[in-house]
Structures are given as C-alpha cells and as structure tokens.
Ligand binder design. Structure first.
Ligand code: HH2
Length: 272
C-alpha cells in the first residue's frame, strides 16, 4: 500500500472525547466519516481511526465503548473505498476492525498482547509496531535511556522478532520510533535527527510528530508550550526532516497542509 514515488500520508481521525489535540470533535459517526472523506480529498492515503486517547494521563476506555466509537466509522469508510488503519491495542477491536475492512493495525504497544499477534498474523494485514517506554498513564514521568536511538532501535528489533515469530509476515511490518511516547524533548529530537538509523533496519518507517507537545515546548517554553494552533509550522518542519531521513509514512492531523509540504519535499528528495 506504499507508493514508490511519494510519501504516504496517514490522516488522524480520533473518535474520542479526550484526544490531546482534537478530542470531542464529533457528536456522531456521520460527522467523523465526513471529516475523514474530506481528509481523503485533501490527500490522505490512509485514515487512522482511534477510539482511545494515548495522551499521558488519559482515562482507559472500555472495550464496548472503543468498539462502539470505532467500528461504525471503520465500516463506512472501508465501504467507501478508503484505506483504513485502526489505532488500538485491544485485539478485540483490531479483530472487529479487520473484519469491517481495515487494512492496517496501528498498535502503540507493538503487539505486546500475544492474541494481537495471532489476530494480525491470521488477517495478513499491515502492522505498525510503535516504540513506547512504559505505558501511556505514566510514560512521561521520567523516561530514561542509555542511548535513546540505539535503545529504541534494539527494542523495535525485538518487537519485529516477536511479531514475525508469531506469524506476521516481514513485508507487512512498519516501524515507528513513537515520538512523545516515554520520551523527553531531547529524546524526540535525537530520534528525529537519527531517523535514518531506524530506516536502516529495512522496514517502512512511520513518524507521528503532528501537533505534539514537544513542538509546543520548542517554540514556546516548558512552562508555556505553544498552543495547538501554533504547532502547524513546527509539525511541518519536523515531518519534512523525517522525510529527508527516509520516513515512508507521515501521521498527520492537518492533512491538506501536510500533503502539500510532503509533495514538495518528495519532489526534491526523490528526483531521478
Ligand atoms: N501518536 C498518537 C497516537 N497514535 N500511532 C503511531 N503509530 N504513532 C504516533 O506517533 C501516534 C500514534 C498520539 O496522537 P493523537 O492520536 O492525535 O492523540 P491521542 O492519543 O490523544 O488520541
């Protein structure tokens, strides 16, 4: 599903009340579906549907609520011919989404749940294995690495071995350094500056920097991070550098702007 000549744009569709930058936007599945269809018009290649916020401190969501939030949207978008990714760590949600037409399982826990491995192996879907230190509730308390790039690469290598030994095919795996997931600002910057070392592992790499709080801190201060409305340019700068370092997929909220930036960077980076 990855075109050879350009970077893939994944549009974020959070059907949650509490996501960090866009929670509570939709009062019905129809509104979410319309927004996703607009993202596709704006240039999204795949829509990542999420029913549970992973922001630090977010409240856990019950299985029934996550299914009710996500599955009608996944079904409708798949029926409309949209490529859908399901952003979940629950195997029941992944299973239901795959049965409803989702093509990608985006699991911020990199298939920690052994049943998730079975579900993905059996479906033969694409799987995004993201790196996270700890778990969302506490991950930002005091993230610690010996060498963040080497540690993340090693742990992603372990995640690929876990997935592949459970039957997920190598060609179906994407990797993601997990920007903001158990990482300080310095950790995020080191990972982005050295993304080529993750790319060198030989899998397509997805990067999600869009609107993240480390960008707010970079252009504001630790005490007063720039608000979401002032994080577009930082997001575009960071996604462009990720492209230059070999990222294949960009996970973004502001699809039209991100797409125009990505096309420009592709034209420069992918000349033959
Ligand atoms: N970031 C978020 C959620 N899921 N998945 C991958 N693979 N990579 C990411 O960087 C990533 C992700 C956080 O962003 P968002 O979905 O907007 O927020 P929330 O988790 O609060 O819903």
């Amino acid at each position: 599903m990855l075109p050879a000549d350009r970077t893939t744009i994944m549009g974020v569709l959070n059907v949650t009340p509490d996501s960090f930058s866009d929670g509570g936007r939709f009062s019905s599945p129809d509104e979410a579906i319309a927004t996703a269809l607009q993202m596709v018009k704006d240039g999204a290649d795949v829509i990542d549907v999420g029913g549970e916020s992973t922001r630090p401190g977010a409240a856990p969501v019950s299985l029934d609520d996550e299914l009710a939030r996500t599955i009608p949207v996944v079904e409708a978008l798949s029926r409309a011919g949209v490529s859908v990714s399901i952003d979940t760590s629950k195997h029941e949600v992944a299973h239901a989404a795959l049965r409803s037409g989702a093509l990608v399982v985006n699991d911020v826990t990199a298939l920690r749940d052994p049943v998730m491995v079975e579900v993905c192996a059996e479906a033969g879907c694409t799987v995004c294995l993201m790196h996270m230190q700890g778990e969302p509730r506490t991950m930002q308390h005091s993230p610690t690495y010996t060498d963040v790039v080497a540690d993340v690469a090693r742990e992603l290598g372990e995640a690929t071995a876990h997935a592949e030994s459970g039957g997920v095919r190598r060609e179906n795996v994407w990797l993601d350094p997990g920007i903001g997931f158990g990482k300080t600002v310095a950790h995020n910057l080191a990972l982005l500056a050295n993304l080529d070392r993750i790319v060198a592992m030989g899998y397509p790499v997805l990067v999600g920097v869009s609107r993240k709080s480390f960008l707010g801190r970079l252009v504001g201060t630790d005490e007063h991070p720039a608000p979401i409305e002032e994080r577009l340019e930082p997001s575009i700068a960071a996604q462009t550098l990720a492209q230059a370092k070999g990222a294949s997929v960009l996970r973004v909220h502001d699809v039209a702007m991100a797409k125009r930036a990505a096309l420009t960077a592709d034209a420069i980076l992918r000349q033959d």
